[in-house]
Design a protein around this ligand. Structure first.
Ligand SMILES: [Zn+2]
Length: 210
């Protein structure tokens, strides 16, 4: 039995400095793709899913290991604004600590985004969605996956993502599911078209199994 988890609870140590949104943040691409993913219900919030908690988030590397990410508790908003994003400035996986700044706290899954960026400098965009079709198709589509015993937003998850990268399984498939996180799936790429296409293409493949 899969343990029911509450979505959206921040499990890492957060050092967040509340500041005004930086007008230099360019959110045109990230926000356009995020709105589209919301319309596809890959990001969102519904009374009958996950006990009504919001799900899914999106990020974009800015420079080095820094990245912009959608804020916590923003999944139910149809169209985000600059106020709904923040900058992750540094992460320390060893101490499970994240340093960020901006008008809102980062997504509860920011640590998982950070571990993806740390693995491959060419990765510029990360999408975390929730979709039952993709998740249930993990075995049939032979999707790379994180084992069931690993909970979202934890150092264990960051380490498991590490291991998945080291296994070489993400070289040819830039997507993985998280079996311990109901319907959870990550995709990534050099840009949003690639990261989003991988997600949507996998969804189409999963639906064709039925
Ligand atoms: Zn999630």
């Amino acid at each position: 039995m899969l343990k029911q988890e509450t979505e959206g609870v921040i499990k890492y140590h957060l050092n967040h400095e509340f500041t005004a949104a930086n007008p230099k943040w360019d959110i045109v691409a990230i926000n356009t793709w995020r709105t589209l993913l919301y319309q596809l219900k890959l990001i969102g919030q519904h009374a009958d899913r996950y006990m009504g908690y919001g799900y899914g988030n999106i990020s974009q590397r800015t420079e080095g290991e820094q990245f912009l990410i959608s804020g916590t508790q923003t999944s139910g908003i149809a169209k985000l604004t600059l106020e709904n994003y923040c900058l992750v400035e540094a992460t320390d996986l060893a101490s499970n600590t994240l340093y960020s700044s901006g008008p809102c706290n980062p997504s509860s899954e920011a640590l998982s985004h950070a571990s993806v960026y740390q693995h491959d400098k060419s990765i510029q965009c990360v999408i975390h969605a929730h979709n039952p079709d993709i998740w249930h198709a993990t075995k049939d589509l032979k999707l790379p996956c994180i084992a069931q015993g690993v909970a979202y937003g934890t150092p264990d998850m960051a380490h498991a993502i590490n291991q998945l990268f080291h296994s070489g399984r993400l070289k040819h498939q830039s997507l993985f599911t998280m079996l311990g996180h109901k319907d959870g799936v990550f995709s990534f790429g050099q840009d949003f078209p690639r990261a989003a296409f991988t997600m949507i293409n996998t969804l189409a493949s999963a639906r064709q199994l039925k």
